[in-house]
Design a protein around this ligand. Structure first.
Ligand code: DX5
Ligand code: ZN
Length: 220
């Protein structure tokens, strides 16, 4: 399976977002990674539904929406209607409010799928991948965070990437395993050797002098 490259627009220039998306598309990006932060689940605020809807108008690439927000259930429908193709929510966000965690996570997955789009769950660095076991057969993708979510440009944590191995061993073959945080050409190799099939990269791509080469180097 070829690796799905999903550049994170968090490191793009928001005043030139359309152009910055066109650039990564031209150089072979497969998806566009949209980091949504609410200032509660993570200590940063980024973009919301109207921006996702505007991005949808200027690209045909799949929109890979990463929700780092407290109440993902409330925002599934708005982001699906704005044109998301993949929606990732955080296990820890649901755990914080849920009285019936397994039921609530399954509901979220079903809700995402009811819009005909891909459902994905993410775990933060301190979360054990075993918590995902009950959902692996229902999911299209798992996103393994290799930094604490909230900011671009942080250092890759190898011990988090090792969780990919557990997921790979326990998931159906077609589950996409995505990693996000501190990905560059070196850490990309580590992740794909563990079994990752999708890589998110923000600063490595957008801060590069040669974006074409940066994207190519992620493919190994
Ligand atoms: C971090 C975000 C990432 C971020 C990655 O919370 O989820 O998608 O943009 O940035 P880099 O690739 O710079 O670590
Ligand atoms: Zn992300």
């Amino acid at each position: 399976m070829s690796i799905i490259i999903s550049p994170s627009i968090l490191s793009a220039d928001f005043a030139n977002l359309g152009q910055d998306i066109k650039t990564v598309e031209k150089y072979g990006a497969d998806w566009i990674h949209v980091d949504v932060m609410d200032g509660h689940f993570v200590p940063n605020i980024t973009i919301g539904v109207p921006v996702a809807a505007s991005i949808r108008k200027i690209t045909n690439s799949p929109l890979d929406v990463h929700l780092m927000i407290d109440n993902p259930y409330k925002f599934i429908e708005p982001f699906a209607k704005a044109g998301a193709d993949i929606i990732t929510f955080h296990y820890e966000a649901v755990k914080a409010y849920s009285m019936d965690l397994e039921r609530d996570i399954k509901d979220l997955i079903e809700k995402i799928k009811s819009f005909g789009i891909k459902a994905s769950i993410s775990i933060k660095p301190k979360t054990d991948p075993q918590v995902l076991q009950p959902y692996l057969n229902m999911l299209d993708m798992v996103l393994v965070m290799t930094v604490e979510p909230g900011f671009g440009g942080q250092k890759f944590m190898d011990e988090c990437a090792k969780k990919i191995k557990f997921i790979k061993q326990n998931a159906p073959q077609n589950l996409i395993i995505q990693v996000d945080g501190g990905i560059n050409s070196d850490t990309a190799k580590i992740c794909t050797s563990y079994g990752a099939t999708s890589l998110v990269a923000g600063s490595y791509i957008y801060k590069s002098d040669n974006i074409e080469q940066a994207i190519k180097s992620l493919r190994g």
